[in-house]
Design a protein around this ligand. Structure first.
Ligand SMILES: [Zn+2]
Length: 359
């Protein structure tokens, strides 16, 4: 039974669907227009790397973020007055969620050549990227990605998705979301799901303040060094439509900019026939605090960026016809996100960067 769940249908993926650890290494090895930055190594000894595009004015930092705010002078952390709008995209925090990794591998291809892996030209995206500092970390958790035997979940059952995501207990029973979060690090493991690094840590819910894992530490250091305006973490969620997760803990000015972004993304996805769940106006959202504290929230408090988790549909088998996405639809959804994130960070720079701009 478990063998059948593990094997799934394992449909052959199209050529442009490249989201393995080797695919990430290959695209980064071929970078010539961007600059590749080596970070730390994962718990399992895999190298973490990011790539940056576009120049940026140097930092003149005299304090960390909270000391700068303590002085009522956020610009002591970063003065953004002469800096370019800066966007950071992170894939594979849950290594098993390869949809965002595939999107970012294709995006790096576009940034390098102007074309995605389908051979489509993305002039509009390149125009939007002009004048932006773009940082791409395609796979934050390569240990989790390497553990997953499938290349996509298109057409797979919910059980197969759960197996590769959250894994099993020693007795072979499947964990589920969100109940799996009861355990951190997770120890009762038969198969360790792709959520986790090789030390059984789920980076989204790490011990951020005292003992972060190498993956989280790498991301925190990179975010501190870049001081981006907007950071998006790309996840996937079974047969859910594309959607934005809660942005509790962000200041109202960031919430406003992200709400506008969600409206634009909804419009574009709807035009393209892609499902996008409405993102409630943050002013109407129930205020939640510790329930919504996770990696993107910790990042916000570390570097001052607006931080956002975006979930993609994973295309699993479902009786809801409009949520059966194929590979190209999933990729196209990601390109809409990339264009709108670039557009937002430029158009709303004054909002994202507000506390760090001189009057
Ligand atoms: Zn996830």
């Amino acid at each position: 039974m478990l063998d059948r769940i593990r094997a799934g249908k394992n449909l052959p993926v199209p050529d442009y669907w490249r989201g393995t650890v080797d695919d990430v290494d290959e695209v980064l090895d071929q970078v010539t227009r961007g600059r590749v930055i080596s970070l730390r190594t994962s718990a399992g000894g895999r190298l973490l790397r990011a790539v940056v595009y576009g120049s940026q004015a140097p930092l003149r930092r005299t304090a960390n973020l909270n000391s700068a705010f303590g002085a009522s002078l956020p610009r002591a952390y970063v003065d953004k007055t002469d800096r370019r709008p800066s966007l950071m995209l992170v894939g594979g925090a849950h290594g098993s969620e390869m949809e965002g990794i595939v999107g970012l591998v294709n995006l790096i291809h576009v940034m390098e050549s102007g074309y995605d892996l389908l051979g489509r030209s993305w002039k509009s995206l390149l125009d939007l990227a002009e004048g932006v500092r773009l940082t791409i970390l395609p796979c934050l958790n390569p240990d989790g990605r390497a553990r997953v035997g499938l290349n996509s979940y298109v057409g797979e059952s919910a059980e197969t998705y759960r197996y590769w995501m959250q894994g099993t207990r020693r007795d072979g029973t499947l964990y589920s979301w969100p109940a799996v979060k009861e355990f951190h690090p997770i120890r009762d493991v038969g198969f360790l799901g792709g959520y986790f690094n090789d030390d059984h840590i789920n980076p989204m819910h790490d011990d951020f303040f005292v003992n972060p894992c190498a993956e989280v530490r790498s991301l925190m250091e990179l975010a501190d060094r870049e001081a981006p305006d907007l950071i998006a973490l790309l996840h996937s969620a079974a047969d859910s439509p594309f959607h934005f997760c809660s942005i509790a803990h962000l200041p109202p000015v960031h919430q406003e900019a992200i709400y506008s972004l969600s409206q634009r993304v909804k419009e574009r996805m709807t035009e393209k026939g892609l499902p996008f769940a409405p993102f409630p106006d943050p002013r109407q959202q129930q205020k939640v605090y510790l329930e919504q504290f996770n990696l993107p929230r910790a990042l916000h408090h570390h570097c001052g960026a607006a931080t956002l988790t975006i979930e993609s549909c994973a295309g699993i088998a479902t009786d809801k016809e409009h949520l059966k996405l194929d590979w190209q639809q999933i990729l196209d959804g990601h390109f809409i996100l990339f264009e709108e994130l670039l557009s937002s960070v430029k158009a709303e720079f004054h909002k994202y960067a507000q506390p760090f701009l001189s009057d």
